[in-house]
Design a protein. Sequence first.
Length: 146
Amino acid sequence: MTSANTHDVLQRLLAIHGRSFPRYLAYADPWTHAGDKRAMEAFQHIVADQELMIDRIGAMLVEADRPADPGPFPMEFTSVNFLSLDYLIRRAIGYQTADVGALAQCVQQLHLAPAAKAVAEEALGLAKGHLEALQEINSTPVSDAI
């Protein structure tokens, strides 16, 4: 893989993390109720992990004299402002599933760039853990989540 391709894949990793659905929700104002504390904490944890990955990926791009620009949030995210967190968790699971697939492709594409591949593998592991956490929250009755 050429360094240009490596940088393109790193840019894709940056976009996946920098413009994720959980990061969008950090700026949106979902409707919540008392039973959403666990879900809100899960989203905050996901965003914190993603910010760490953004820093690492961005540093790799800057070190290579490449721009570190995640681009805009997808326009489809704007349709979820002010919706209930219960509903948004289900949407987040769908987006997180897609992100896991995209990250797995990035790992495969970085087979000739060991340092970048290691970061992508870590990102994939985190994303799988985040997906499991969201699925667990989605399957927990509200009365148990309080």
